[in-house]
Design a protein around this ligand. Structure first.
Ligand SMILES: [Ca+2]
Ligand SMILES: [Ca+2]
Ligand SMILES: [Ca+2]
Length: 498
């Protein structure tokens, strides 16, 4: 067991050490502060929650800002909950007043204890902020809102320092800075915040359009074939094939663009944003309002809607692009304000998602965005959160409806068909020490082994219904084994020992 844990940690360390973090490259851009945010927010009241529909302990909880459900187009809320129920989840709809984040978290804990699995926060609802001890000097001087506070319901989040911990001033200033205990996620949470998108329309109209689009997509999906875009700017070129391989768990037709001169702001806004992609993943230095390409030009937030994107989903490896406390942050613009957007994952600070396979692999087999995002956090938070993991990931948020299943139309879920059968590859040994035989239904097909950052480590063709691979040259650690044949596809997790 000790050996396994050591192998796991060493794999983690190297990825964070070698990958450049996505940061804000504009020295003149000023991130809004916690104090500025609080100055524009209502005062905290003792939490009052009013159930609008459903019952306590519904598996999916819709938390609305007080009074917001009444302003929706009649029937829209029922349509949304009915769609979520068709996806297999019971629902509860509540409205809450503006309380301290700790009170909202306690309410979520209560519902979690009654069987709630995930939630969406709709409207202007409180946010917990953090200031990190920045052991690696990544973008020091950064404070940020962290919705992970509402996913990790039993970890210990403390406010023990005034300013950054390294400054050495004990006391509290409203920003969490010390994290311990069980830091894995208990539930998944998404956020739909529209009140600070006024430059792009009336907030209630934006929300109603979003909910109607959400319904239409659940009904109709998108015309096949489905293409995804993995668009990797210069600093991450060496890892680009791995990023693409991870995305291919969900979209086999993921186009990779990573040649340095090919990735630029002109190509992005003229050819890629309006392109025929259902999912777009840009990898680029950014701030909440722009992508700073090498060699440029910058793509600004107000160029996105006029470019008429067709994409539904975005994974924004783009510093602070999902900082929802900033007016018209790009994550909200992509997911809520375009004519097609449904959700975006990204960060409220420098950093982003990394180690993508634990996210895309469950999406490929029909998990909802929220479930897959929680699977990814489970992987990241195993064994606690290292300084690198906090610095890279603690600002991660899911903007949009977490109950959406990107693969639902690919797999025929909720269209009157049976859910797709998931086939399990059978491994000759697990843990494995070098030679691995994979048995799988079918007579011809392929077996691929990926490491958990999505790099293809080994592959081979099936003979009869099995395939033997030599993994003698691979490093110890966790891998995903993916098999596909005329019978279907399936994935298994495998540990390699040395
Ligand atoms: Ca503090
Ligand atoms: Ca926890
Ligand atoms: Ca470039």
């Amino acid at each position: 067991m000790t050996l396994l844990i050591l192998a796991f940690l060493s794999v983690h360390g190297s990825i964070y050490d070698e990958t450049p973090m996505t940061v804000n490259p504009d020295p003149d851009y000023r991130m809004g502060t916690y104090e500025e945010w609080m100055a524009g927010q209502p005062p905290y009241l003792p939490l009052e929650a009013v159930t609008i529909a459903g019952t306590d302990g519904g598996q999916f909880l819709l938390v609305f800002e007080e009074g917001l459900t009444d302003s929706l187009t009649p029937g829209l809320l029922d349509q949304w909950t009915s769609d979520i129920q068709s996806g297999g989840l019971t629902t509860e709809v509540v409205e809450v007043n503006y309380s301290a984040p700790e009170d909202l978290r306690a309410f979520l804990q209560d519902r979690f204890s009654q069987g709630m699995e995930g939630a969406v926060l709709v409207g202007d609802l409180p946010a917990a902020w953090c200031a990190l001890e920045d052991a690696k000097n990544y973008q020091s001087g950064e404070t940020f809102p962290a919705d992970y506070f509402y996913m990790d319901l039993d970890g210990t989040w403390e406010d023990n320092w005034i300013g950054y911990p390294f400054m050495g001033n004990p006391g509290s200033d409203g920003l969490y800075d010390t994290f311990s205990g069980s830091l894995d996620p208990e539930i998944y949470v998404g956020r739909i915040k529209v009140d600070n998108l006024t430059a792009l329309g009336d907030p209630v109209d934006i929300l109603c359009s979003y909910l109607e689009r959400n319904h239409q997509w659940r009904l109709n999906g998108d015309p096949e074939p489905l293409y995804a875009l993995c668009y990797v700017d210069d600093d991450w070129v060496p890892w680009a094939p791995g990023y693409q391989a991870s995305m291919q768990y969900l979209y086999p037709l993921t186009e990779l663009v990573s040649e340095e001169s090919a990735t630029n702001g002109t190509d992005y806004i003229e050819n890629r944003v309006p392109g025929d992609y259902v999912w777009i993943s840009p990898f680029v230095h950014s701030n909440p309002g722009g992508h700073y390409w090498s060699p440029g030009p910058t793509t600004y937030w107000d160029q996105i809607v006029p470019a008429l994107p067709e994409a539904r989903f975005y994974n924004l490896f783009a510093c602070s692009n999902c900082r929802f406390t900033t007016v018209h942050c790009m994550g909200s613009v992509y997911s809520l304000c375009t004519g097609s957007g449904l959700a975006a994952v990204g960060s409220t600070k420098s950093g982003s998602m990394l180690q993508f396979t634990p996210f895309y692999s469950p999406l490929g087999t029909g998990s909802s965005l929220g479930e897959a995002y929680m699977d990814w956090w489970d992987y990241i938070a195993a064994g606690g959160l290292t300084p690198s993991e906090k610095s890279w990931h603690l600002g991660m948020v899911l903007l949009g409806d977490p109950s959406l299943m990107p693969a639902m139309h690919i797999l025929g879920i909720g269209e009157g068909n049976e859910a797709a059968v998931t086939l399990n590859p059978v491994l000759s040994s697990n843990p494995c020490r070098g030679s691995l035989t994979v048995s799988f239904p079918g007579t011809s097909g392929t077996v691929q082994v990926f490491d958990l950052s999505g790099r293809l480590t080994a592959s081979g063709a099936m003979t009869g219904s099995s395939c033997t691979l030599d993994l003698a040259g691979a490093t110890a650690g966790s891998y995903l084994v993916r098999a596909s044949s005329e019978e279907g596809t399936g994935t298994a997790r495998m540990v390699l020992l040395r």
